[in-house]
Ligand binder design. Structure first.
Ligand code: WT7
Length: 666
């Protein structure tokens, strides 16, 4: 909090003057058709939240209706109290019962393209009902009961989606670990969740190679550890035919168990407040937290937001490129999406396998209508060049979404023009693992968008930018991003750590949920995320959002990607250092110096003198978490020359740090 923005003097506003209203043609067919309609609905949803959420909950499936919409004892919320429901029933069985059983629910594409043909599997809603019933019975046969934590460490194959939904079917609590994480991450999470069952696979495909997974599970469960004593069964999907060694009495093949399992298993009638899952935040700082979500509220919020943010209609072909190991995959590939009777695409591999146009090829072949990806991916595609996009017919696309970090205006404009041909509303969705679903986002038929802003609050969501006392700061001034009212998919806690829950989210501003992000709200009511509060740097008394400086750098034609950090400075308190990845080979000598000067001059012009970095380095790569977030704390250490002796367990490529250290000294 020491770096929390004070009101007053934010210097680094990008003065964005480009506005993109939705087309009349799009608005006409949208769920929410105008900004006036949005404003009226939003005002009502904030004035009478319980009536609003009751209405939205009624769109979902309930075995028994709730007695009370909300019980709020800050910071503890109970939603749809007394209601009985099931996430799998709402996502899968309900569609079958309503006559949509033959619609493809999950369209999976594997990475390898043997003989040039993609490997595709289509599972209808009926198929999913059968497979999740079998898998649920399999879990029961291994002794899994309601409330038990099931650890899932899998590649992006249909069995992963089936495993999640099967846990939901019987009220088991899943804890998904991203397949890129290490044995240590598995061990920590198994122990933290006291989990007895692990579902994994021999491996998954990435860039034509097998990424082994079972090996990491074996390593995590090495004799002697607490995890080894806890885990009684490991179920192994065969994806790559690598036949890993199986531990007798513990490991069993998925196929063999599924073959024995009955395909009848009605969904368990769960309490609305029962724990649905735990998901550990990847976190660019500190030890991961197990974020807890409850069944009923998560169901209502994710189904509603998927419908409104992407304007989903039955029959849409929707593709979210995230891994199910992240909350984006949980909410917007599975739980929020399937209730809308659409086809959800799941892709196993890398965007550049076998070639750098794999994504556009998938969109063209499957006639994808709604597409959801991350700014870091978009910047990579920009670097690879628009020719790869132009080669493909993307005319099926209707809405383009982004999530994960602020999208720099350059990338936004490229996405809009090159991918969307100016016809597809861009929805820049702000939310977090902790919020479960979208909190700030344009509604594609209603909101006039502006590059770099995630625009306005979702219906039912009361977002504000405030100071430490909870008072709203004036227009265009930086402050603390909060949610002032409870919402259904809010986290219910941090697994096994009440103190951390209170301390992290509920102790910065009295009575309000603090997201940890800094933001400002402009004269049009649009929100601009300035980055994590820790990434706002006070330079000579001015609050500088590092993300905005990064956007300024990337708007120079030579810069593909940038990361900005603060470091202590005798005169200014803090100064800024910039790391830039170029669109071309790194120039050396005088040519390099000239380019640096030119880029800094450009930032000065765009953002003003206070935002100009004191140091600028060219680099081939940046340290990122596996979910693509830049690890700024490591960059800061590199700048101040501190030996890197800290927790880098979530870092994707450790070699990068050494290269950066050289770049800084050179
Ligand atoms: C943090 C949450 C939510 C799924 C993916 C990340 C940043 C996320 C945006 C956006 C600006 C964004 C925030 C937030 N973030 N979306 N549209 N614009 N920043 O989930 O790992 O829980 O990270 O990601 O800083 O707090 P997560």
């Amino acid at each position: 909090m020491s770096q929390a923005p004070s009101s007053g003097n934010v210097q680094s506003n990008l003065h964005e003057t480009r506005f993109f209203p939705p087309s009349a043609e799009f608005s006409k067919q949208a769920h929410i058709k105008s900004i006036a309609e949005y404003e009226a609905l939003h005002a009502r949803s904030i004035a009478q939240p319980e009536a609003f959420w009751a209405e939205k909950a009624a769109d979902c499936f309930w075995f028994k209706k709730w007695d009370k919409v909300l019980e709020w004892n800050s910071p503890d919320a109970k939603w749809f109290v007394g209601g009985k429901t099931n996430l799998c029933h709402n996502a899968v069985d309900r569609q079958v019962e309503e006559g949509h059983g033959d619609l493809v629910a999950l369209l999976w594409e594997g990475e390898p393209m043997p003989d040039g043909r993609p490997e595709v599997r289509r599972l209808t809603y009926k198929d999913l009902q059968r497979e999740t019933s079998k898998c649920a019975n399999m879990l029961k046969s291994l002794g899994v009961k309601k409330g038990d934590v099931v650890t899932i460490y899998m590649p992006m194959v249909p069995e992963l989606a089936i495993a999640l939904l099967s846990c939901a079917r019987i009220g088991a609590v899943h804890s998904v670990i991203f397949g890129g994480f290490s044995a240590q991450a598995i061990k920590d999470r198994v122990e933290d969740g006291q989990s007895k069952i692990v579902i994994t696979a021999d491996g998954g495909w990435r860039r034509g190679k097998v990424v082994a997974l079972k090996d990491a599970v074996d390593e995590a469960l090495k004799a002697g550890s607490e995890a080894a004593n806890l885990v009684t069964s490991v179920v192994v999907v065969n994806r790559c035919n690598t036949n890993p060694p199986m531990v007798a009495g513990r490991d069993q093949a998925w196929d063999a168990l599924m073959a024995k399992a009955s395909d009848v298993c009605p969904c368990e009638q769960l309490d609305s407040e029962d724990l649905a899952f735990v998901l550990y935040t990847s976190g660019s700082t500190g030890k991961p937290k197990g974020i807890m979500h409850a069944v009923g509220g998560y169901m209502v919020h994710t189904a509603m937001t998927a419908k409104l943010s992407f304007d989903l209609k039955p029959g849409d072909v929707y593709w979210c490129t995230a891994d199910i190991g992240w909350i984006t995959g949980h909410s917007y590939m599975i739980y929020g999406v399937l209730p809308n009777k659409v086809t959800s695409i799941m892709y196993e591999g890398a965007p550049d396998a076998p070639a750098q146009d794999r994504f556009w090829d998938i969109i063209e072949r499957h006639r994808v209508t709604k597409f959801y990806t991350a700014p870091t991916a978009i910047r990579t595609f920009m670097k690879w060049g628009r020719e790869l996009v132009d080669k493909h017919d993307l005319s099926s696309l209707r809405v383009l979404g982004t999530v994960g970090e602020p999208i720099n205006p350059e990338a936004w404009i490229w996405y809009n023009e090159v991918v969307g041909h100016g016809r597809c509303p861009i929805v820049d969705t702000w939310w977090q693992t902790e919020t479960g679903g979208h909190m700030l986002t344009p509604l594609p038929g209603a909101t006039t968008t502006t590059p770099g802003s995630c625009t306005r609050p979702m219906l039912g969501i009361d977002m504000a930018v405030v100071d430490e006392t909870g008072r709203e700061v004036p227009v265009n001034e930086g402050g603390i991003l909060v949610c002032r009212k409870p919402w259904p998919s809010m986290l219910r806690g941090v697994f096994g750590n009440r103190e951390r829950f209170i301390e992290t989210y509920w102790s910065k501003v009295p009575g309000m949920y603090t997201a940890g992000d800094g933001a400002r709200k402009d004269e049009n009511g649009n929100f601009w995320i300035m980055g994590r509060i820790d990434d706002i740097i006070i330079v000579a008394g001015h609050n500088i959002g590092t993300m905005e400086v990064e956007s300024g750098l990337v708007s120079h034609p030579a810069v593909a990607e940038a990361a900005v950090v603060g470091y202590p400075h005798d005169v200014k308190g803090n100064a800024l250092a910039a790391f830039c990845i170029l669109r071309r080979a790194i120039p050396t000598g005088a040519e390099g110096e000239a380019l640096k000067k030119e880029i800094l001059g450009h930032v000065r012009k765009e953002l003003g003198p206070t935002s100009v970095p004191d140091k600028i380095f060219f680099t081939e790569a940046l340290p990122k978490t596996r979910s693509g977030k830049i690890m700024r704390r490591l960059l800061k250490d590199v700048v101040v020359g501190k030996a890197v002796g800290q927790d880098v367990s979530t870092l994707d490529d450790r070699g990068i740090l050494d290269k950066l250290a050289v770049a800084v000294q050179g």
